[in-house]
Design a protein around this ligand. Structure first.
Ligand code: GRF
Length: 214
């Protein structure tokens, strides 16, 4: 299969962008980042893109109506013609119209085992709830926030006594491993979007595991 073209939407640090770029470079993900779009001019993610030599655009959202901002993002995406648009720390709720326009091609990484702990600061929510197994989810984006069809999840143990910061770090490490793997599932044709659901290749055998914590 041909390599997938990815656009990545960012607002901040860019560590997930970095993990996608690294996986692409190292041959762990049959996909290439062709465009990075940030809604913040000072996002460190822009430096990540520059270091990798990837085209990056700043399309500021501040002071613009949602429709006007999304129209500029949609135009940039249409021009770059990505197969998949990855949200990676993109701190904007997308409108139903934008989501429909990119339906089946929009992915997000969320720092919890959805449907547990949707919304902001999922890691702090998980820590406060005292869960022993936390994790992250890569899912297709639909109009319901943090509720689209799940493509992949990774679990991490939160040992007793684990601080909120430690939980955050463990979950982030899992995100960095999971997001490229999830994209590769699509690139390899192991999974695909089909009318609002994730359809798996017949006969696909994923590694099985047992999770116990502590
Ligand atoms: C990640 O934890 C992601 O799950 C959440 O925002 C954070 C972005 O981090 N949506 P980074 O910008 O990729 O480093």
């Amino acid at each position: 299969m041909a390599r997938l073209r990815l656009a990545v939407l960012v607002s901040g640090r860019g560590s997930n962008l970095e993990s996608l770029l690294r996986a692409s470079r190292e041959g762990r993900m049959d996909a290439d980042v062709v465009l990075v779009v940030s809604n913040k001019a000072d996002a460190p993610a822009l430096d990540v893109a520059a270091k990798a030599g990837v085209r990056a655009l700043v399309l500021p959202s501040a002071g613009l109506a949602r429709d006007a901002h999304e129209a500029s993002v949609a135009a940039a995406l249409r021009e770059a013609a990505p197969d998949i648009v990855c949200l990676a720390g993109y701190m904007r709720i997308l409108s139903p119209g934008f989501i429909r326009a990119f339906e089946g091609r929009l992915l997000n990484v969320h720092p919890s085992l959805l449907p547990a702990f949707p919304g902001v600061d999922a890691q702090a929510q998980a820590h406060a709830a005292g869960v022993r197994v936390a994790g992250c989810t890569v899912h297709f984006v639909t109009e319901q926030v943090d509720a689209g069809p799940i493509l992949a999840q990774a679990a991490v143990a939160l040992p007793p006594g684990c601080s909120a910061d430690e939980a955050r770090a463990r979950i982030l490490e899992a995100e960095h491993a999971l997001y490229p793997r999830a994209v590769h599932l699509l690139a390899a044709g192991d999974a695909r979007w089909d009318a609002g659901a994730v359809r798996w290749r017949a006969g696909l055998r994923a590694p099985e595991g047992v999770l116990l914590s502590p």
